[in-house]
Design a protein around this ligand. Structure first.
Ligand code: SAM
Length: 279
């Protein structure tokens, strides 16, 4: 069998939703070859038997609905490659909007930032790489913490990103110039309606917040003022239709919404709020 035939038959077996790039990625990882090499080898017979076995195993997992990122054990986010496992959420493109906004506000100053629910560390690592900020990456799940530590070390950021276990806020006192979070924000109903691959493979505590979906957002906002410096920013990723509720929480906490960023589908996705300069 030629590589081109392997590619074509794999593509035929997929139920339409998968892109040729997913099959290319599986071939590259299974045979340990680059994309360029794959195109050079296209018309050559496949001689690597163990690579072929690996490819078939991985293709079966993809066909069963497992996210490609878990099969490859990595995911690209903001131009960087992160290790992922089923212990962490697969970083999503819409979260790049939160990162973009945070970088805009941080500028070139060496400010302190808390990332709540860091997961793979995608947000914290990119902020550390692209700004001069000192990060605290906080996570509650033990298995997720292991992935987080691994990513921080892979990027050589142990000095800039302090990894800590906790429930929303670090136990150690201290205020931050910026708090960012992509917290769980699905309601029970959203969870039931989420794609099967999400429900089956992604960690439920990373996504499901409670009956309403806004429970974790409410807890973060309520406590944020006491952990923000005067004039500090709070950036939150939110779910579809949650802006109104979030505005209510912000008002009760005495924080001011200063921006709302829509995602590529036009959904209000990132809320930026600020603490009063004097408090
Ligand atoms: C939606 S995921 C976001 C992961 C990562 N920040 C990202 O954007 O890809 C939410 C993360 O928050 C963590 N988490 C949930 N509840 C938490 C809590 N009470 N305290 C700390 N982390 C929590 C979950 O384990 C999960 O890793």
């Amino acid at each position: 069998m030629l590589y081109s035939q392997l590619f074509a038959s794999a593509l035929r077996s997929l139920p339409g939703r998968e892109l040729p790039t997913a099959v290319e990625a599986l071939i590259e990882s299974s045979f340990a070859i680059s994309r360029a090499r794959f195109w050079i080898l296209r018309d050559q017979p496949v001689r690597d038997a163990s690579g072929l076995r690996r490819f078939r195993r991985r293709l079966r997992r993809l066909l069963a609905g497992e996210p490609l990122a878990y099969i490859l054990r990595e995911k690209e986010f903001y131009g960087e490659t992160f290790r992922v496992s089923p212990a962490v959420l697969v970083p999503r493109p819409e979260t790049e909007l939160l990162v973009e906004k945070a970088l805009e506000l941080l500028g070139r100053e060496a400010l302190t930032v808390l990332d709540i629910g860091s997961g793979s560390g995608a947000i914290a690592v990119v902020l550390a790489l692209r700004s001069r900020a000192a990060l605290t990456a906080l996570e509650r799940s033990r298995p997720a913490l292991a992935v987080l530590r691994r990513n921080v070390a892979r990027f050589g950021l142990q000095e800039r990103v302090r990894v800590t276990a906790g429930d929303l806020f670090p136990r150690r006192r201290g205020r931050f110039r910026m708090i960012v979070a992509n917290p769980p924000y699905l309601s029970r109903r959203d969870w039931r309606r989420a794609p099967r691959t999400v429900r089956r493979y992604e960690p439920r505590p990373a996504l499901l917040a409670g009956p309403r979906g806004t429970e974790v957002l409410a807890r973060i906002i309520e406590r944020a003022p006491s952990r923000l410096e005067p004039g500090g920013w709070l950036l939150l990723e939110i779910g579809q239709g949650q802006r109104r509720a979030v505005q209510g929480f912000l008002k009760s906490a005495g924080l001011k919404e200063i921006d709302c960023v829509k995602d590529y589908a036009g959904i209000e996705r990132v809320i930026v709020a600020q603490k009063n300069d004097l408090s």
